[in-house]
Design a protein around this ligand. Structure first.
Ligand SMILES: [Zn+2]
Length: 83
């Protein structure tokens, strides 16, 4: 059975400032990126959901190279992503 959810894409002018809030999870502010050869701002991305916690990957904000991972114990179970 399919849920007929279709997100109609209206052509909004790029005025919404809400979009920036999607990336407010900057915990580790800067990490060293071997590609850029310098410390770079990173993006946190959920990589794996393990029984002992969630594994996050840190990606370089410029070239998207993985610059590190981090295991977050299930402290905040606000988000439950069931795959
Ligand atoms: Zn980089």
């Amino acid at each position: 059975m399919q849920h007929g959810f279709i997100a109609n894409q209206h052509r909004f002018p790029p005025r919404e400032s809400n979009k920036q809030q999607a990336f407010k999870e900057f915990e580790a502010s800067e990490l060293f990126c071997p590609q850029c050869n310098r410390a770079v701002p990173v993006r946190k991305r959920l990589l794996l959901v393990l029984p002992e916690g969630d594994k996050y990957e840190y990606l370089c904000a410029f070239c998207a190279t993985s610059v590190g991972t981090k295991l977050v114990r299930g402290a905040n179970d606000q988000m439950h992503i069931i795959i």
